[in-house]
Design a protein around this ligand. Structure first.
Ligand code: CBF
Length: 836
């Protein structure tokens, strides 16, 4: 008893052949040279930095694969309950540095590549970002995967392997955003493993009919079938061997190349079916907070959820357990409503293919899924037109109708005769055409529903899903405040600060990076002048690093003896980059009329913006144009350029954020109250000792609770006031000159051509002058006052550094390890499953 039987061949021979982990510099150089020679077919004579990156990455991948294999074997043997994170976006950024950190091989690789004649920095810089996401939602998914592995949870991600990630942003000389494709796979992707043996056939279109076997079951037949091929991406945990999997699906034609058409001379027809299948995973939709009623997007969502569920079901079935136990082994997290089709798809599998009754199937479904809402913005709540669903997924529409019928019957029973309530709660929104409300479907099909920060979860409960909370009870509707991984967002992006923290806390980095609350140990050191000096020196070097980056990429010289003020995120009206740029113009106009004595007291300030606008979002693109043209005037004005500089850094990415965040003194998170669900860049800045200027919104509130209100700069109206103010704008408008003269002056200066002699900006300015939905005119004065408070606070450098230290010290709550463990314990009921 005890000893397992060796599964195949001679055990000793197998064991002798199994590769272990590289540990020494010698192991590493051998492995890199081996890849130069055998994977790249090059030599010392003809290898450049890109080749060296590729060889180093392949060698690191070998190590990851060793752990990845062991991890999967461990799960197969122990068979724990697993959680699956379904996300249409994974904004991973670069991998090499993170993999080295998590494997604990950073120094060894640094030395190794140096011996081979390269610098690790140059090599790291050759990696292209994997940008399979638009913004916060996708980056959150990436942080959660890192934390899942680091806390040794059996957690897999499922997504799509887009051929083109988020577009590359170029800025024309006039200041227009131009979009270019992001062919990130062009140089091959060493971090993925094609699994040509893991494929599923996914159907679209066709018809739903009754089976002819007398069972009366529904059968979905005809239409088009597309093949989903798996690509596995290894997700190493920090300081652990656990290396989880992110499985991304690629679409391929089932028939491939159509030889009959080709032979008949129809060359286009020969590749047509293959092109239409390939299109499904060609591009990431570049929309953030606006829903596209596009057939292709619907096909993406179904393709991905159906392939993922088929894969999960196959794994479950390998255990030979009754289907009723599915939720005991499987938890599926829906990252926003994008994967909600998984709910009717699992119903379809259970009823049509597995022959379960409706009630049996619904019990399984509602114990398997969990839904996270990431926004309450009305325009971002996904709805699919019924005719489109009927065309693309006829059987699913029937199932959705049935879910709705049973659900509304139950509602009617509890609230007899309340027709308005029924209409509000229905999965189907009446109209031309009728639409399926995906948030309603996700809510009723899930075991738990959560928002991503306290305020946002409250808004979910009291606005968009209020009726559902009343009907199903409060306990189902909870909160998990977002988090960020301190590995990437402190140790990797700010190595000097990380080293200072390790030295000061006098504990191993492995310890505090996994127990971030230990940062509190820094608090007493805020009173130590030498420590403050060291802290400030690091900030200064990070500013210089950013300035060097701007110099080398844009050829612009940034002064580094100034306050660095940063706003980086998707460009959107609700995030109010417009408020920021109008504030910059106000500052500029104020400087212009100052005497030299007055100016001498002014804090020099460098303002940075970065972010992409959805290509079809006209107003957001105008905001970029305004920023770029204001920058030209301000940076070129000899009266002011010593006191104010402004930069729009193109092509915002994870990697750019890693340079910007550690350099910031103050960062802006200034959304209209109640609109930013959480925000996560606010956490990244504060973790790196940058102070926060913001509205009382999203996770800003919880950050202030942790770091103390005296360390943040709040301004603006609060959420409960927003609705009334909007009502006033519509029905009792007050001219902006009267309401906010300072703002009116700024708008008039723009209109008068100070930043370009045309009326191009009028549509943007009119959003404020007319309806002002995002309340700029209501918040402008308090915003300017808050900026002045920031200036004043910055005058006292020692106090400022204390604030900075105390901010970092109190950010422990925002580790994504905490967040993922909350999901694991309160929702999924999964446990860490380590192995030796
Ligand atoms: O929860 C993660 C992030 O998601 C968004 O980016 C989203 O796509 N809905 C929100 O806008 C952020 O507030 C949130 O932090």
């Amino acid at each position: 008893a005890g000893k397992e039987q060796w599964p195949r061949g001679e055990e000793e021979v197998w064991r002798a052949g199994i590769r272990g982990l590289d540990k020494t510099v010698d192991d590493i150089t051998k492995s890199v040279v081996n890849h130069v020679q055998t994977s790249l077919a090059r030599q010392a004579y003809n290898i450049d930095d890109l080749g060296a990156y590729q060889a180093a990455a392949l060698s690191v991948r070998d190590n990851l694969l060793v752990n990845w294999n062991e991890t999967q074997l461990n799960y197969t043997k122990k068979n724990p309950k697993r959680a699956y994170y379904l996300s249409l976006e994974f904004l991973m950024g670069r991998t090499l540095d993170n993999a080295l950190l998590n494997l604990g091989l950073k120094d060894e690789y640094k030395d190794g590549v140096q011996k081979l004649g390269f610098s690790i920095e140059d090599i790291l810089d050759k990696e292209r970002d994997a940008a399979l996401g638009n913004g916060g939602l996708g980056r959150l998914a990436a942080c959660y995967l890192d934390s899942g592995s680091s806390t040794e949870l059996p957690l897999w991600g499922y997504g799509l392997r887009y051929k083109y990630g988020i577009f590359q942003q170029l800025i024309s000389p006039e200041g227009n955003q131009l979009e270019a494709p992001d062919p990130w796979l062009d140089n091959q992707n060493p971090w993925e493993l094609p699994r040509l043996d893991v494929t599923y056939e996914i159907r679209f279109y066709g018809r739903s009919e009754r089976s002819h076997d007398g069972s009366g079951r529904a059968v979905w037949a005809g239409g088009q079938e597309v093949v989903a091929v798996a690509y596995d991406v290894m997700i190493p945990g920090y300081g652990t061997k656990t290396t989880n999997n992110l499985r991304l699906w690629e679409s391929r034609s089932k028939r491939g190349f159509d030889l009959n058409s080709f032979n008949a001379g129809n060359y286009e027809g020969a590749v047509e079916s293959s092109n239409s299948a390939d299109a499904i995973t060609s591009v990431l939709y570049p929309n953030d907070h606006t829903s596209f009623g596009k057939e292709l997007r619907l096909k993406q969502q179904y393709f991905w959820t159906a392939a993922s569920l088929a894969d999960i079901m196959r794994r479950f079935k390998n255990q030979n357990k009754p289907l009723a136990q599915f939720p005991d082994f499987v938890a599926i997290q829906l990252n926003d409503t994008h994967p909600t089709l998984a709910i009717p798809e699992l119903m379809r599998i259970l009823i049509d293919e597995e022959d379960l009754t409706w009630d049996q199937a619904w019990t399984i479904v509602t114990n398997t899924f969990f839904y996270t809402n990431h926004t309450v913005l009305p325009e971002a709540l996904e709805k699919w037109p019924v005719p489109l669903l009927e065309h693309v997924l006829p059987r699913h529409l029937q199932i959705i109708y049935d879910i709705n019928l049973f659900f509304l019957q139950a509602v009617e029973k509890k609230y007899p005769g309340d027709r308005e309530r029924l209409a509000r709660m229905s999965l189907i929104e009446e109209g031309q055409p009728k639409q399926v409300r995906m948030a309603h479907l996700a809510a009723i099909g899930s075991r738990k529903v959560n928002g991503v920060a306290e305020l946002h979860s409250d808004l979910v409960r009291t606005t968009i899903l209020k009726d559902f909370v009343e009907f199903e009870g409060l306990s189902k509707y909870s909160n998990v405040t977002n988090g960020i991984t301190p590995r990437r967002w402190l140790d990797q992006c700010n190595p000097e600060l990380s080293a200072l923290i390790t030295k000061t806390l006098a504990v191993d980095k492995n310890v505090w990076l996994k127990d971030l609350k230990l940062l509190k140990g820094l608090i007493p050191h805020a009173e130590d002048a030498d420590f403050r000096k060291a802290w400030a020196a690091i900030k200064q070097r990070n500013k210089e690093r950013l300035a060097a980056h701007v110099q080398s990429t844009l050829g612009l010289t940034v002064r580094t003896d100034a306050m660095f003020d940063v706003q980086i995120k998707r460009i959107h009206e609700y995030k109010r980059q417009t408020l920021n740029i109008l504030g910059v113009i106000h500052r500029y106009l104020t400087l212009k009329v100052m005497t030299p004595e007055e100016k001498a007291k002014v804090n020099p300030r460098v303002v940075f913006f970065a972010g992409k606008a959805a290509p079809a979002y006209y107003i957001a693109k105008l905001t970029i144009r305004l920023i770029v043209n204001v920058a030209k005037v301000i940076n070129g004005d000899p009266d002011t350029k010593d006191y104010l500089q402004l930069y729009f850094l193109p092509d915002y990415s994870v990697s750019l954020a890693e340079v910007l965040i550690p350099a910031s003194d103050i960062s802006q998170h200034i959304s209209t109250a109640g609109t930013e669900a959480s925000g996560t860049s606010n956490m990244k800045f504060c973790l790196n000792g940058g102070l926060l200027l913001g509205t009382v919104d999203g996770a800003n509130i919880e950050i202030a609770e942790e770091v103390g209100e005296s360390n943040v700069f709040f301004f603006g109206h609060l959420t409960p006031a927003v609705e009334d103010l909007r009502y006033q704008h519509l029905y009792h408008p007050v001219p902006i000159e009267e309401k906010c003269p300072a703002l009116a002056n700024v708008l008039n200066q723009i209109s008068s051509g100070l930043f370009g002699n045309d009326d191009i900006y009028e549509p943007l300015l009119n959003t404020i002058r007319q309806n002002d939905y995002y309340l700029l005119s209501d918040d402008f004065d308090s915003y300017i006052a808050a900026l002045a408070m920031v200036d004043e606070a910055y005058q006292d450098k020692e106090e400022w550094i204390k604030k900075s230290i105390n901010t970092t010290a109190n950010m422990g709550k925002f580790s994504s390890d905490r967040a993922i463990l909350e999901y694991a314990e309160s929702f999924w009921n999964i446990e860490p499953t380590p192995f030796k």
